[in-house]
Design a protein. Structure first.
Length: 690
């Protein structure tokens, strides 16, 4: 920009003559600051200067000054300056329609500063007063329509990605203006004048989504949250019916890259810590607290990407295909929309972070679900602090949505779709390895079950995470219901699941006095017992062979003491008045078939042992007794074993998601706190193009 020698004289305001020479940069800054001061003093700096607005948006924006001036104002002061704010907002929107990149960038930065400045003021419920002070009631609808049209134009037009990124960040500033997104009435205009189609276009573009995909998904995810429990939200409806395969796969790819980054970082840190014990100890002591804070921050940063995954799965059944779409890390997940036959193939995931460091062999297929299962195995190890607990809960909610989807189950159980899944395990005294990779490719449901077994085994502690356990048991139950319904005989080591469930019952019995004061452990125990009842009643329809069914009975007989003690504990609580009486009574009813098996087979095993003068029997000898006495066993047919309450976000999980979105908004607000940093990138790109 050429040096401006224009003078401004308005209502006693001192001249703003720019001086040439070494002090011109300081004078430039002073000019914009003094113009801002005039605005905040109720003056009209444009009076008598027809070129004022063209010149203003060529000056570098001082966002922090604008925001600080808002902080100084009282409520009455804001109202008094309404006309000035309305005029500045309108001129910013008008300037966006110009071709000058400097004016476009400065207009967006000024709008951001105005929005952040006014929303920092305590204006009650952030209602229509904000819109009136910022834009003006009479013209708000038209101005916001023009603003959104400009945003869509830049997002979909032939502009540098840096400018598109700036526009997405501005929308994020809009979306995160309030802690409670549903109180942000400014978003009503983003619902009326949608940016949805622009977001979808970015996600469907294999080149743009590499740099813009994360912010595009984040924008869409946040807009879906606006008054989702109160009124019709068009973003929810449009996302639920989206069937654009390129866009859905692009959406999945954004999530895939983010979770892959986290998994790879975790894996590399593990490998660093597996050096000599002395160096590992020194590193551990020196970095203990720093590493802990970084890990919590990294987990918190993934909340938004997990919420994006959840919304896509929860709302759109078509997303299951993208979730399980198989590809290799070195090749595109989807071909470009319009491939050029003369060019050589370019990987869709052109990101240096996608070098898996041999975590996955180059030829080994993977997909988003494989990556998500690995991610879940990491975050579900430690749930002691609130951040990781909530992240683990969200993972289990997502897994619940997958486990009760018929199509997802058909894909996960498909023997022609086999994958190696890397699962990480909590370090425990009885095992050394923290990572478990099944070298044999198996259907994805096997890793699903492995993850649930691992959670059951590794979270038996006094700070009993009962909510997470109920989710975990519910996932297992849903998978078994699908197998029973479709008669799928999965080749899986079911004994590992039975052992884990019995160990959990033993833990509950051992810590009864402590746990029963805080939790309804009878409800947890009933969930476990009914999983066994499902095997007992319908196991012949989905267990891989008769031997597996025999082994189930063997485990029940072998561990009969646990079930006997569980029945005795439940019986005790049915005889005293209290909160646990009804749930304890239900547990005794659920145990009827397990007790029938124990009472039927145990005497026969003892009798056979005595007849053969053996003090102890081998497993095969017990199994022979079991097989010989099936015919005389009488079991009670229990209702609804293969039924479950389908997942519903409202009302049970509404509070959880409301708080989660608040946390995400806080993090996003910090990440887009200063759009000025992007100005040089945008202007550099325009200069390069021209």
């Amino acid at each position: 920009m050429s040096q401006d020698s224009t003078q401004y004289d308005g209502q006693g305001k001192k001249s703003l003559l720019l001086r040439k020479g070494s002090n011109s940069r300081m004078a430039l800054k002073e000019k914009i600051v003094q113009i801002y001061e005039a605005f905040f003093q109720g003056e009209d700096p444009s009076a008598g200067n027809p070129n004022f607005w063209d010149e203003l948006f060529l000056l570098k924006v001082n966002s922090s000054f604008i925001e600080n001036e808002f902080e100084k104002l009282t409520g009455e002061g804001l109202l008094a300056l309404k006309e000035n704010f309305n005029q500045l907002f309108y001129k910013c929107v008008e300037s966006l329609k110009q071709d000058n990149p400097i004016r476009v960038v400065n207009s967006i930065q000024t709008l951001s500063a105005l929005i952040k400045g006014i929303y920092k003021k305590n204006l009650g419920d952030y209602g229509f007063d904000v819109i009136n002070i910022l834009i003006g009631f009479d013209s708000a609808e038209l101005i916001m329509q023009n603003l959104v049209e400009s945003l869509n134009s830049y997002l979909t037009g032939e502009y540098p990605n840096s400018l598109k990124h700036l526009m997405l960040n501005f929308i994020l500033v809009l979306a995160t203006a309030t802690d409670n997104i549903s109180q942000n009435t400014l978003l009503e205009y983003i619902l009326i004048n949608s940016v949805y189609e622009s977001i979808i276009q970015i996600l469907g573009n294999s080149t743009q989504r590499q740099t813009l995909g994360h912010d595009a998904v984040l924008v869409l995810t946040l807009l879906v949250q606006y008054r989702k429990y109160e009124s019709a939200n068009p973003y929810i409806f449009k996302l639920s019916i989206l069937d654009d395969e390129l866009a859905l796969t692009g959406y999945a790819q954004v999530v895939f890259i983010a979770l892959s980054d986290f998994n790879r970082d975790y894996q590399s840190k593990n490998e660093e810590n597996q050096g000599g014990w002395l160096s590992s100890f020194a590193t551990m002591v020196g970095n203990m607290f720093v590493a802990e804070e970084k890990q919590v921050a990294a987990v918190r940063a993934n909340d938004s990407i997990l919420l994006a995954l959840y919304e896509a799965l929860h709302l759109n059944r078509n997303f299951i295909t993208a979730l399980t779409h198989s590809h290799t890390p070195s090749t595109p997940a989807t071909p470009p929309a319009s491939p050029d036959p003369t060019s050589s193939p370019v990987p869709d995931l052109q990101n240096p972070k996608l070098d898996f460091n041999n975590t996955e062999p180059a030829s080994q297929p993977t997909n988003l679900l494989v990556t998500f299962l690995e991610y879940s195995s990491i975050v579900m190890q430690d749930t002691k602090d609130e951040t990781r607990y909530n992240n683990a809960k969200l993972c289990l909610v997502i897994l619940t949505c997958i486990a009760e989807d018929q199509y997802a189950n058909s894909l996960m159980h498909d023997v022609n779709m086999n994958f190696q899944v890397l699962l990480h395990r909590m370090p425990m005294r009885h095992r050394k390895s923290r990572t478990e990779r099944c070298l044999q490719s198996r259907p994805l449901v096997c890793a699903f079950l492995d993850l649930m077994v691992e959670f059951v085994m590794s979270h038996m502690m006094k700070a009993f995470p009962i909510e997470l356990y109920l989710r975990c048991l519910g996932i297992v139950h849903r998978i078994l219901c699908y197998q029973k319904k479709c008669r799928v005989r999965l080749q899986y080591p079911w004994k590992e699941l039975w052992t884990a469930l019995i160990n959990l019952l033993k833990f509950i019995l051992s810590h009864e006095s402590h746990l029963v004061k805080k939790h309804n452990v009878f409800h947890v125990a009933s969930k476990i017992v009914n999983i066994f009842n499902l095997f007992i009643t319908y196991g012949d329809t989905f267990l891989p062979n008769p031997t597996s069914y025999d082994e189930l009975y063997y485990e029940i007989i072998r561990m009969h003491q646990v079930f006997d003690n569980l029945y005795s504990m439940a019986l005790r609580y049915t005889t005293v008045e209290g909160d646990n009486k009804d749930s304890a009574a239900r547990l005794t009813n659920h145990l009827v078939n397990i007790r029938a098996i124990i009472n039927h087979f145990s005497p026969k095993v003892d009798s056979w042992s005595a007849a053969n003068h053996l003090s102890s029997l081998t497993e095969e000898q017990v199994l022979d007794v079991v097989r010989a006495n099936y015919d005389t066993l009488t079991l009670k047919l229990q209702d609804s074993l293969d039924q479950f309450e389908r997942y519903s976000e409202k009302p049970r999980e509404s509070s959880f998601f409301t708080q989660l979105v608040r946390s995400i908004i806080s993090g996003v607000r910090r990440s887009v706190s200063n759009l000025t940093l992007q100005q040089q990138d945008v202007l550099h790109d325009f200069t390069t193009i021209s």
